[in-house]
Design a protein around this ligand. Structure first.
Ligand code: LCS
Length: 412
């Protein structure tokens, strides 16, 4: 829907890229579940394929339902060209494939989603691509890793699962100094909390499986850029490698996006309260949350993000064993990977989402064996609090009992 004034974010979630269906006036964008589109005559078919005429040809190349989603998310990111993909990893692999080649070098945040790292380490390495993984929250370390042949600087901020925050504006400035393209994985924030393109990044990508869709029922991804040449490069790779989205999947995400602002706000409110309470529990050793003043990049997060988000990482006294007991003791929080859904999920990165990353690399990236990751959903705060804290109290009692039996005098 176009208006004379730029829409506020909540409004754009509901209306951006969408208009009543031209045929029957349907308010919800129709699902164009068609793989192919008829031409009026041979001349029209040829004109569409040559680019002389606008119009749909074949769903892998473009589809009206997908186009509505792409326009919507691009607008939420502050404007640009959106390219929806079959998964978040299809967006990541499309970016790598479009930007890297024989002899190229990439620098990536060390603590990224496990497969975003192993794809470079194991698959792209086979084609002569080198990659370094550094703590990009340190601009000095990023600067030191850049080389004349660095073509891609890949940032995940806040990072999965350490929640370390990278200065997108400064990192982009450094990367552009060697001619590298900056790609930011904005999955943990969603465009509601962070707009990397406004900060100087060239491409922003999402696993739409997470906050954008928000209901743990779709796997999808997207790339957005304001640079037409980059968009063309990305689109060529995407449609030829075939990682495009299905129209039904696109429609489900479009429906999910309508409530993005409501869900992110509710999850974030719950997370901010839980994070503070967690710091006070005697069983908790460390809590990492961008909204806590103890977060190493607290000031930067306040400046760069419009809110601290709904993801918390924490470690218990008693390490891996205590973390395992917690995950087995909660009832309302579901023990499952993924994040950004309307329901609260808890998981153990070292043995789950980041199990594919070598242990030494995990340790170097700050992904400790005892780390537990919580994706806070939109349930009533009191219910979430009761679930988490009665589990923690139970573990505290069990551990105190066990240690008393073993004759140890340890305060937990
Ligand atoms: N980027 C980030 C930051 C992610 O967290 C994920 C998935 C992806 C990309 C890949 O997206 P997908 O292909 O799964 O849509 N993260 C997951 C996680 O933390 N748990 O399970 C999946």
């Amino acid at each position: 829907m176009t208006t004379d004034h730029p829409q506020q974010f909540d409004t754009a979630c509901i209306h951006a890229g969408q208009h009543p269906d031209r045929l029957f006036g349907g308010v919800s964008v129709p699902i164009y579940q068609s793989s192919t589109f008829a031409f009026a005559n041979a001349e029209e078919g040829a004109a569409r394929f040559s680019g002389r005429q606008e119009g749909y040809k074949y769903t892998r190349l473009g589809n009206p339902t997908t186009a509505a989603l792409e326009a919507c998310v691009a607008e939420l990111e502050g404007g640009g060209i959106g390219l929806a993909t079959a998964s978040g990893m299809a967006a990541v692999s499309t970016a790598y494939m479009a930007l890297l080649g024989q002899g190229a070098h990439a620098v990536s945040t060390a603590s990224v989603y496990g497969p975003s790292r192993t794809l470079l380490e194991r698959e792209f390495a086979r084609f002569g691509v080198a990659a370094d993984f550094v703590d990009t929250s340190s601009l000095d370390r990023l600067q030191a890793a850049l080389k004349p042949n660095t073509r891609l600087v890949y940032l995940e901020t806040p990072a999965n699962p350490t929640l370390s925050v990278t200065d997108i504006a400064e990192a982009s400035r450094l990367a552009h100094g060697v001619g590298a393209v900056v790609v930011v994985d904005n999955t943990f924030c969603s465009p509601m909390l962070q707009k990397p393109l406004d900060l100087g990044a060239d491409v922003v990508l999402h696993s739409m499986t997470k906050f954008l869709n928000g209901h743990s029922d779709v796997v999808a991804g997207i790339l957005v850029t304001r640079d037409r040449n980059l968009a063309t490069r990305l689109k060529n790779v995407l449609v030829q490698m075939g990682g495009t989205i299905d129209p039904h999947q696109a429609w489900l995400v479009l429906r999910g996006v309508k409530t993005l602002a409501l869900r992110v706000r509710a999850g974030q409110d719950n997370a901010a309260r839980l994070a503070t309470e967690l710091t006070r529990h005697p069983m908790v050793a460390t809590v990492t949350y961008p909204g806590l003043a103890t977060h190493p990049q607290y000031e930067l997060a306040k400046k760069q993000m419009t809110g601290p988000g709904a993801m918390i990482s924490f470690e218990l006294k008693g390490g891996v064993e205590a973390g395992r007991m917690l995950m087995d003791s909660v009832h309302l929080a579901t023990l499952a990977v993924s994040l950004g859904g309307i329901e609260t999920l808890i998981q153990h990165p070292a043995s789950m989402t980041h199990a594919s990353v070598a242990r030494e690399s995990r340790q170097a990236a700050g992904i400790t064996d005892g780390l537990v990751r919580l994706s806070v959903g939109c349930e009533a705060y009191d219910d979430l609090h009761r679930d988490l804290f009665s589990a923690l109290d139970g573990i505290q009692q069990k551990m105190a009992g066990g240690e008393a039996e073993a004759g140890l005098n340890v305060n937990v």
